[in-house]
Design a protein around this ligand. Structure first.
Ligand SMILES: *[C@@H]1O[C@H](CO)[C@@H](O)[C@H](O)[C@H]1NC(C)=O
Ligand SMILES: *[C@@H]1O[C@H](CO)[C@@H](O)[C@H](O)[C@H]1NC(C)=O
Ligand SMILES: *[C@@H]1O[C@H](CO)[C@@H](O)[C@H](O)[C@H]1NC(C)=O
Ligand SMILES: *[C@@H]1O[C@H](CO)[C@@H](O)[C@H](O)[C@H]1NC(C)=O
Ligand SMILES: *[C@@H]1O[C@H](CO)[C@@H](O)[C@H](O)[C@H]1NC(C)=O
Ligand SMILES: *[C@@H]1O[C@H](CO)[C@@H](O)[C@H](O)[C@H]1NC(C)=O
Ligand SMILES: *[C@@H]1O[C@H](CO)[C@@H](O)[C@H](O)[C@H]1NC(C)=O
Ligand SMILES: *[C@@H]1O[C@H](CO)[C@@H](O)[C@H](O)[C@H]1NC(C)=O
Ligand SMILES: *[C@@H]1O[C@H](CO)[C@@H](O)[C@H](O)[C@H]1NC(C)=O
Ligand SMILES: *[C@@H]1O[C@H](CO)[C@@H](O)[C@H](O)[C@H]1NC(C)=O
Ligand SMILES: *[C@@H]1O[C@H](CO)[C@@H](O)[C@H](O)[C@H]1NC(C)=O
Ligand SMILES: *[C@@H]1O[C@H](CO)[C@@H](O)[C@H](O)[C@H]1NC(C)=O
Length: 698
């Protein structure tokens, strides 16, 4: 897409430069009154001018000296070029009176309302660019009267309706773009008459129907963009006769058919080929083996089949995206083509995900270009180990091997890829422990290792991945305790921390309170024990908290009343006890509360989430009473309600007791943190907060 914009810009600049040469040298003169009035009308329709570029449009300067206005001395100071930007307003019909205009460039303004059909009176116009405004209404067919037009760009507006068939009379047109509007209907077959076109773009509209074969008359076309519409049918075979083609995109339509095997022989200069998200079938063209000019080959999300041909001559390729097809045969050697890419020194993105590739990931993968930034091989049928040596790909930003059957351990040398942002190794059969070198990923935001057979303890070095937003180690065989260093090191975690379904032991470290930004915390189905740390209340962004299936005991800490955004709270299958805290009634966002199979006692609250039988579960607690009638719990003993004072006193006792324990903890914590402050830069405010938070009986 940037390529397209650039090309349009280059074309435009060429004409522009030529016109300036043609029309240069200005003298102040009486000027033409018609043009002056038209310019004044344009000025009157400007509502905002943030960069004050219109200040020069004043009576003390001749209009030929006004910013963005160029006149021709050869034609009695008539305006030939109008080029203004960054303004807010609309285009008045008077623009049609600038009858000597050759260039009307109003791109990159915020002009709204319609395109005045009076533009059709500009018979000398060669360049018309109104792109990147907020123009609405339909495209005036009268533009077709500008029969000298070479460059027409109406893209990036809010234009509706169909493409006027009359535009086909613009026989000198070289560049034509209507991209990013809301145009409907079909591509008029008459446009095939635009036989001088080099660049044609109607992308990102709502066009339907098939691609007219008349467009094969674009004999000089180099850039042909139809992507992001609702086009159907096949690409007319005669298109492949347009041998000057450099960029071709029909991505994101509903186009069928196969890619001709001799595509790259037909288009020897093809650099950019994008058919992503269509319904193409058949194989990748064999002629790709000769595609020395090819830079981007994007065929993902179709239904291509067969083996990938030899890619050994793709010396210019930067992006190869063939994911989401049915390529490969689940056999050894399916990825042998990868070794052919080792000479592609500019390769930056390789997407092979979601195909039927079997066998192993070749060791030559590690010899790919060090410019590689994205290597995506997920959701295939790959076996064997992850090749050692991937660490050579030092500029990788994302490595995705998810959803294969990789075995063996995570290669230590992956730690050399210091710029890695996402490491996706989940849903494989990896074993062994996490290499401590993974702590080298200071730019890592997502680390997914879930659903493997990894074991050992979590290396505390992971706490050095200071940019992590999401960490998922669930469904492995990890054991040991949850390292405090991990929690201290990762205040960045803002999406989720998932350690569930492992064999972690020990208590939940009170440093859990450091995760102030984390939205979801899942440590369910481990072997954690002890009391829930009161610091949990500091995880104030929590929406999902899953602690079920452990051996936690004691009370629900009163600090948890701070978790005001919680949606899903699961404490089931533990040994928690005491009253169900009344503050749970007050959590407005709480949708799911599971307290089942613990040892809670006393009265079940009835307000808030407790009102909704399906949102709350308290089964498997033998000493509960009250609650809404549908719970069918025993009525609380009358002395509870009659002796409200007594029960109140009981509650005070309990909170005093828990208060003392909290106080004890707090003193220890504050002490610990005082000792640590010298090491930890950000801990001072934190410590103050923390100690404040734990003031008992506040
Ligand atoms: C201004 O333009 C009009 C219409 O094109 C023309 O008739 C007239 O001679 C021009 N006046 C001057 C002073 O150039
Ligand atoms: C007219 O524009 C010129 C050039 O920007 C400026 O120097 C001059 O001050 C302006 N005059 C008035 C009256 O605004
Ligand atoms: C210029 O165009 C407008 C609108 O199209 C018109 O009203 C006006 O009379 C024309 N002529 C002059 C000299 O401004
Ligand atoms: C569109 O125009 C605005 C100014 O109105 C500019 O800031 C922006 O960069 C332009 N966008 C493109 C894609 O050229
Ligand atoms: C549009 O063009 C037609 C003929 O091609 C002409 O009769 C009509 O006046 C034009 N409209 C405007 C607003 O210039
Ligand atoms: C295309 O152009 C030819 C002549 O160049 C003309 O006869 C024909 O009517 C045009 N077709 C359309 C659909 O405009
Ligand atoms: C392509 O052009 C050749 C001649 O240059 C012609 O024989 C052939 O029929 C054309 N193919 C299509 C599909 O138009
Ligand atoms: C590659 O190009 C050579 C020479 O032009 C040609 O002989 C060969 O058939 C081409 N290979 C493929 C697979 O198209
Ligand atoms: C892809 O093509 C195969 C046959 O080659 C067919 O069985 C399958 O249904 C197609 N899948 C889709 C999503 O069209
Ligand atoms: C890479 O290029 C060298 C030199 O041109 C060549 O010898 C080698 O065979 C090429 N490797 C591949 C995999 O094509
Ligand atoms: C990778 O490249 C190195 C040095 O160029 C070479 O020695 C090694 O054999 C290559 N490995 C593979 C698997 O191609
Ligand atoms: C990566 O981490 C390991 C162990 O933590 C360390 O020995 C090594 O020097 C680190 N490498 C880099 C490149 O930072």
């Amino acid at each position: 897409m940037e390529g397209l914009v650039l090309k349009f810009f280059l074309l435009y600049s060429l004409f522009h430069a030529w016109l300036i040469l043609f029309c240069s040298s200005m003298h102040v003169n009486h000027g033409n009154e018609t043009d002056r009035l038209a310019l004044l009308a344009i000025k009157a329709h400007i509502r905002q001018d943030p960069y004050r570029i219109m200040t020069s449009w004043n009576e003390s300067l001749h209009f030929c000296m006004w910013h963005g206005v160029t006149c021709s001395p050869r034609h009695h100071q008539r305006v030939t070029d109008l080029d203004i930007y960054s303004l807010v307003g609309s285009i008045p019909p008077h623009v049609g009176n600038l009858s000597f205009l050759r260039v009307l460039n109003l791109q990159d303004n915020t002009f709204s309302h319609q395109i005045p059909p009076q533009i059709g009176r500009l018979h000398r116009l060669k360049v018309l660019s109104l792109s990147n405004n907020s123009l609405d209404g339909t495209i005036p067919a009268n533009i077709s009267n500008c029969f000298k037009l070479i460059f027409l760009h109406l893209g990036r507006n809010n234009l509706v309706g169909t493409i006027p068939t009359q535009l086909s009379s613009l026989s000198k047109l070289r560049a034509f773009s209507l991209e990013k509007n809301h145009l409907t209907g079909e591509i008029p077959p008459s446009l095939g008459n635009l036989s001088s076109l080099r660049a044609f773009s109607v992308t990102t509209n709502n066009l339907q129907g098939s691609i007219p074969s008349s467009l094969c008359q674009f004999k000089k076309i180099t850039d042909f963009y139809l992507h992001s519409n609702r086009l159907s049918g096949t690409i007319p075979s005669c298109i492949y006769n347009l041998s000057g083609m450099i960029s071709l995109s029909v991505a994101r339509n509903q186009i069928q058919g196969s890619i001709p095997s001799d595509l790259f022989d037909a288009f020897p200069n093809l650099q950019f080929f994008d058919i992503e998200e269509n319904k193409f079938t058949g194989g990748i063209p064999l002629s790709i083996s000769n595609a020395t000019s090819l830079q981007e080959f994007l065929v993902s999300l179709n239904n291509l089949t067969g083996q990938v041909p030899n890619l050994g001559k793709l010396s210019s390729v930067m992006v190869l995206a063939i994911g989401g097809n049915n390529l490969g045969s689940d056999k050894h050697g399916d990825l042998s083509f990868v070794s052919g890419l080792t000479n592609a020194t500019k390769l930056s993105e390789l997407t092979l995900s979601a195909n039927n590739f079997g066998g192993t990931l070749p060791t030559s993968t590690s010899n790919l270009s060090t410019n590689l930034e994205y290597l995506w091989v997920s959701a295939n049928k790959l076996r064997g180990s992850i090749p050692n040596g991937l660490g050579n790909l030092v500029n990788l930003q994302s490595l995705a091997l998810r959803g294969n059957s990789f075995t063996g351990s995570i290669p230590t040398d992956i730690g050399k890829i210091s710029r890695l942002g996402g490491l996706y190794l989940q849903s494989n059969k990896l074993s062994g422990s996490i290499p401590p070198s993974l702590g080298n990923f200071t730019m890592l935001t997502r680390l997914y290792l879930q659903g493997n057979n990894l074991n050992g303890s979590i290396p505390s070095s992971l706490g050095k991945c200071r940019g992590l937003l999401e960490l998922d180690l669930s469904q492995n065989n990890f054991d040991g305790t949850i390292p405090q260093q991990l929690l201290i090191g990762l205040p960045s975690l803002s999406i989720s921390l998932n350690l569930s379904k492992n064999h972690f032991t020990g208590s939940l470290p009170m440093e859990i309170g450091r995760l102030k930004n984390v939205g979801a915390l899942d440590i369910s189905d481990n072997m954690l024990s002890g009391k829930l740390p009161s610091s949990l209340g500091s995880c104030e962004s929590l929406e999902v908290l899953q602690l079920q299936g452990n051996f936690f005991k004691g009370l629900i800490p009163s600090s948890m009343k701070e978790l005001k955004g919680i949606r899903d709270l699961d404490l089931s299958r533990n040994n928690l006890s005491g009253d169900i805290p009344l503050f749970l009634e007050g959590f407005r966002t709480l949708e799911n509360l599971n307290l089942s199979f613990n040892d809670f006692w006393g009265e079940v609250p009835i307000e808030g989430v407790f009102k909704n039988l399906s949102a709350t579960s308290v089964v498997g607690n033998t000493r509960l009473c009250g609650g809404i009638a549908n719970l069918q719990l025993p009525v609380c003993k009358s002395k509870d309600s009659k002796g409200g004072q007594l029960s109140g006193r009981m509650k005070l006792m309990i909170s005093l007791v828990s208060g003392f324990t909290l106080l004890g903890n707090t003193v220890v914590l504050c002490f610990l943190f005082l000792r640590k402050t010298r090491k930890e830069t950000e801990s001072k405010t934190w410590r103050t907060l923390f100690c404040k938070f734990h003031m008992p009986l506040s």
